[in-house]
Design a protein around this ligand. Structure first.
Ligand SMILES: Cc1ncc(COP(=O)(O)O)c(C=O)c1O
Length: 441
């Protein structure tokens, strides 16, 4: 059934525009009311299949997990806020213990906050504290958040930084975006020039490696375009950090928590970081950020970092219920990610053969990007076509998000039914067919 944009929908959007400061809203009029699993409904009863997990938050289904909902309700009746950085309470500690067990050996300390950006702010401060160095290094197309510290690392779109400087001391370097190699090379014959570049230029001519506290990296770039680097890239970056006494911070805010089929996305690259940051999915739909450090880095001095709401008891109850669910259903979840990922890749790769618009299909597990181009040879980004596809999908009952300049993210809840997954892919293909017909012949 076609989505009906009713007077109610228009009225909520008009009221929003009057009182809310503008953010990054999608181009289509989605006024959400409720959701269950991979189906979501707007205020006028329009029904959609969800391929967004509401920005990689509802990995276990949109509001669908009964264990999480029950834990939230029970805790709300008992006590919601416990000033966890001032007083002690058990639930956040229990969660930290369970979280650490999902990490490589040697990870033993957690700081809890409320969002991805806050988890990264903490990682910036801790890296400075642990190394007594001031600079950070991050990548073009990176997105680490929008508060001043994390925004210093973010370099995805200039509009996100315009008027907000000056920033922290950060050096940005190219990421291994092989579909559009910044060095004009082809992988693997490139010899990983992007890794050499970091040593040869920024770390030789701009900043002494002795002054860099940490390299921040997304194992798969998210907001910047769902960019998957070769393993050698991440290994090369790890080596630079290790050889120069810098810490490696893996931002798993979007890619972590089973999105790629592993708890940590970095695990797919065969290296370990020194600090990990997580948020989005970890409390099943409630706000929570976590910064997890290697035990050998030690503790931070009392009074140097804290917050009001970190370790909030309702969020902690949800996080415990969510991680328990993951642990109890591990093999089922692993299997679901594998089979659904394979269905999506098969379908998208076959579409890539048939549509000029599909330039690249990439991803790991259920973190998949489709980069759209107006011409496969010139790789001209299909910016307007991407918007048209997202809007047409919305009209036909599918929620999708953009990434980068002309990429579509496919990040359904892990628990989506095979039937909904295939229906969603049908809607996507129909929209691509329609957009393709408007390309110049
Ligand atoms: C990789 C990554 N890091 C950090 C953030 C910021 O998280 P938040 O919006 O919760 O502050 C995001 C958000 O999209 C992200 O994708």
């Amino acid at each position: 059934m076609k989505t009906k944009v009713t007077a109610k929908i228009k009225s909520v959007i008009a009221r929003d525009k009057k009182v809310m400061l503008t953010t990054t809203r999608s181009s289509y009029p989605f006024v959400v009311e409720k959701g269950n699993g991979s189906r979501v409904f707007d205020v006028s009863g329009n029904e959609f299949i969800d391929f967004s997990s509401f920005i990689s938050v509802y990995n276990l289904g949109v509001n669908a997990n009964e264990q999480i909902r029950t834990a939230v309700k029970n805790q709300a009746d008992k006590l919601m806020h416990a000033a966890f950085t001032d007083f002690y309470s058990e639930l956040p500690v229990t969660f930290a213990e369970k979280l650490i067990r999902k990490f490589p050996k040697g990870f033993g300390r957690v700081f809890l906050s409320n969002s991805g950006t806050e988890a990264n702010e903490a990682a910036i401060k801790f890296s400075r504290l642990f190394t007594k160095r001031q600079y950070t290094l991050s990548f073009y197309n990176a997105f680490h958040g929008r508060t001043m510290g994390s925004l210093s690392l973010t370099a995805s779109k200039a509009a996100q930084r315009e008027h907000f400087g000056p920033f922290n001391n950060t050096v940005h370097v190219p990421y291994a975006y092989c579909y559009r190699c910044p060095f004009g090379k082809e992988y693997p014959s490139c010899g990983m020039e992007c890794v050499d570049y970091i040593r040869k230029y920024p770390l030789s001519k701009e900043v002494s490696p002795k002054e860099v506290s940490a390299i921040f990296i997304e194992p798969i770039q998210g907001e910047g375009g769902y960019i998957v680097p070769p393993k050698e890239f991440i290994k090369g970056v790890r080596e630079i950090a290790t050889n120069n006494g810098m810490l490696l911070v893996s931002d798993e805010v979007q890619s972590g928590y089973m999105r790629t089929g592993k708890f940590l996305a970095l695990d797919s690259f065969g290296v370990e970081a020194d600090i990990y940051t997580m948020a989005k999915a970890i409390a099943g739909g409630l706000p929570m950020g976590a910064t997890i450090t290697r035990s050998s880095l030690g503790d931070i001095p009392a009074g140097s970092h804290a917050n009001t709401f970190g370790g909030n008891l309702v969020s902690a109850a949800a996080a415990n219920a969510s991680i328990d669910y993951l642990n109890e259903n591990k093999s089922k979840i692993d299997g679901e990610i594998r089979s659904k990922s394979s269905v999506i890749f098969k379908r998208l790769n076959s579409m890539k053969e048939r549509y000029e618009l599909i330039g690249d299909v990439r991803g790991i597990g259920l973190m998949i990007g489709v980069e759209l181009v107006r011409n496969k040879k010139s790789k001209e980004p299909a910016v307007n076509e991407r918007e048209a596809i997202l809007s047409r999908c919305f009209e036909n009952g599918l929620i999708l998000l953009p990434a980068g300049v002309s990429t579509i993210r496919i990040i359904p809840p892990i628990t989506i039914s095979m039937e909904d997954l295939k229906k969603g892919l049908d809607i996507l293909e129909e929209s691509i067919t329609s957009a393709e017909s408007s390309l110049p012949k």
